[in-house]
Design a protein around this ligand. Structure first.
Ligand code: 5GP
Ligand code: ZN
Length: 134
């Protein structure tokens, strides 16, 4: 059972922002900021790592277009585009979705801060690790 598949199938109501044959965009039920939107493929993929190339290419195009429209028409000053992947990264619904979160410059709803690791990492070692064959 997947709550987003139920929304896509119309079993659960949602505030639809955009729809085509491959994807659906709805307002997030918890509006972090006004216009917080979720864009998801109609086919169930657990996360971005599982998604095929064609679907993902289409999704990201829809995300870009919608983000532009949301920023412009809601008079936002920018937006965050987020894809949480797996529980460790805050994913709570295991059906791939992009968050579009418009930013107005005074939002209390979202606070993204980078807090760099204090011990210096060996960057060359990290690059080697990322690219190793396993
Ligand atoms: P995640 O934490 O997985 O990246 O984000 C899941 C998002 O889905 C949350 O922001 C949550 O508010 C939203 N959400 C969960 N259930 C529903 C629902 O039934 N309807 C809508 N529109 N959004 C939902
Ligand atoms: Zn699903």
């Amino acid at each position: 059972m997947c709550i987003f598949c139920d929304i896509i199938e119309g079993k659960i109501p949602s505030a639809k922002v955009y729809e085509d044959d491959q994807c659906l965009a709805i307002l997030d039920i918890s509006q972090v900021t006004r216009g917080h939107t979720l864009v998801m493929p109609k086919q169930h993929f657990a996360n971005i790592l599982e998604c095929d190339e064609q679907t993902l290419a289409h999704l990201i195009e829809v995300v870009r277009d919608l983000a532009g429209k949301i920023v412009k028409n809601l008079d936002a000053r920018g937006c965050n585009i987020l894809v949480n992947t797996n529980e460790a990264a805050g994913q709570s619904v295991m059906h791939l979705h992009f968050h579009i979160i418009p930013r107005y410059g005074n939002d209390e709803g979202l606070n993204i801060e980078f807090d760099p690791h204090h011990e210096p990492y060996d960057l060359a070692e990290i690059v080697r690790d990322i690219n190793k064959d396993r």
